[in-house]
Design a protein around this ligand. Structure first.
Ligand SMILES: CC(C)[C@H](C(=O)O)[C@@H](O)C(=O)O
Ligand code: SF4
Length: 418
């Protein structure tokens, strides 16, 4: 039977030859991730089940990233509770406050390989599909069941394949492509679909860019994001992961596959405007909008490529006196590379604040919140009311290039004009 990547991965994980969209399968979990914010709930639910030991401590990964270092007694308590759990359960894959955002840390540390089933108590777990894994966010009580049994049920999703073709213009990036797709199909345009990104443009993209696409699959309602593994994937995995893996690809005649053509030849930089991720406009339509804060970071666009792009634009410039800019590398590895390349120096010289690797103001729970009436321009993935602090603030979403050029002028600025 012809199958999609998602069907093949879920079939294999549930010990079957075939799986079909719509079917319910019970899959063995390869990687189960939780973090400082949702981990405590998962642990409490696990303890209620009454099982003493987790099914396999080697398959569990715990990352502290949402509130690091602890910014409140509540956060400190969460950390205490999770450190205790990690110790009791002998979980070696534990990344304390220093390491960075979970969706960056997991692939970097070699926890993700193609063909696996990965679950995390975080909606952007779909990011890992960039390496060809079926990876999805789950609730804390579901995670408790995974901790106890190593299994979880799934309804096998249908697949929507975005066949992306054309050459990206200068200053146009994966973020613009995915914002454009979300603008076209809407925040619920791919509800419960496996969102597979393919076509020559995706093939040309780095793994880091593919992570941007898959990261935002959830913002169109997707169950997971996926990119077919290729040489770029294998090169990324070399030296990071010693796990063996199987590469699975979508058969073009799979029954549950729908394809959508996306031509990016004439694509402009895109901006998602308040208060919905699908309220997407070309930057030319929102140019001149006054801003108060720029946030460069998050699991969407806090990677080295993003920092390089932004530093190139900022070099020799100061950011506007009217704004604050926060630069938050997504991981320690990125932070140190950015340090070695002199990028952090450029940011600090331009007047930006460089913070420790973490989620930062992305979800409005930690450093750098915006106040009533303020406007944030952010490279992250969500802009609903109250997302980065006050419910009376506004959040615009963009690429790192738009963020950097806008920081210089204190208003939304097309990087192509720089
Ligand atoms: C805190 C967590 C549950 C949440 C998520 O699931 O995505 C957060 O990471 C976010 O981006 O909103
Ligand atoms: S960076 Fe933002 S979107 Fe990503 S995991 Fe953290 S809070 Fe969620």
């Amino acid at each position: 039977m012809s199958m999609t990547m998602a069907e093949k991965i879920l079939a294999k994980a549930s010990g079957k030859k075939e799986a079909e969209a719509g079917e319910i399968v019970m899959a063995n979990i390869d990687v189960a991730m939780t973090h400082d914010l949702t981990g405590p709930l998962s642990v409490e639910s696990f303890e209620k089940i009454g099982v003493d030991k987790v099914w396999d401590p080697e398959k569990i990964v715990v990352v502290f990233d949402h509130q690091v270092p602890a910014d409140s007694i509540e956060a400190a308590n969460n950390h205490i509770q999770m450190r205790k759990f990690v110790k009791e359960q002998k979980i070696n894959n534990f990344y304390d406050v220093r390491e960075g955002v979970c969706h960056q840390v997991l692939p970097e540390k070699g926890h993700i390989v193609p063909g696996e089933v990965v679950v995390g108590t975080d909606s952007h777990t779909c990011t890992h599909g960039a390496l060809g894994a079926f990876s999805t966010g789950i609730g804390s009580t579901d995670m408790a069941m995974v901790f106890a049994t190593g299994k979880l049920w799934f309804k096998v999703p249908e697949t929507i394949k975005f066949d992306i073709t054309g050459k990206l213009s200068d200053y146009v990036y994966a973020k613009d492509v995915v914002l454009n797709i979300i603008g076209k199909i809407g925040a619920d345009g791919a509800t419960y679909k496996a969102c597979e990104f393919g076509g020559e443009t995706t093939q040309e993209m780095s793994v880091s860019d593919r992570m941007v696409l898959c990261n935002m699959a959830i913002e169109m309602g997707g169950k997971t994001g996926l990119v077919e593994p290729d040489q770029k994937t294998f090169d990324y995995l070399k030296g990071r992961s010693s796990k063996s893996y199987e590469v699975m690809k979508t058969d073009s005649d799979a029954a549950s596959l729908k394809t959508m053509e996306i031509d990016v030849n004439d694509l402009e930089p895109q901006v998602a405007c308040p208060h919905h991720v699908d309220n997407v406009k070309p930057v030319s339509e929102v140019e001149g909008t006054q801003i108060d804060q720029v946030f460069l970071g998050s699991c969407t666009n806090g990677r080295l490529d993003d920092l390089r792009t932004a530093a190139k634009i900022l070099k020799g410039h100061s950011i506007s006196n009217n704004i604050r800019m926060l630069v938050i590398p997504a991981s320690r590895e990125i932070y140190t590379q950015a340090m070695d390349e002199g990028l952090l120096r450029t940011f600090v010289d331009s007047g930006a604040l460089v913070c420790n690797p973490c989620c930062g103001p992305c979800l409005g729970g930690h450093v750098g919140l915006v106040g009533p009436g303020e406007v944030s321009l952010s490279t992250s993935n969500r802009n609903f009311k109250g997302r980065q602090g006050s419910p009376d603030a506004e959040v615009y979403l963009s690429s790192a290039a738009v963020a950097a050029s806008s920081a210089i002028y204190g208003k939304i600025t097309d990087p192509r004009a720089m």
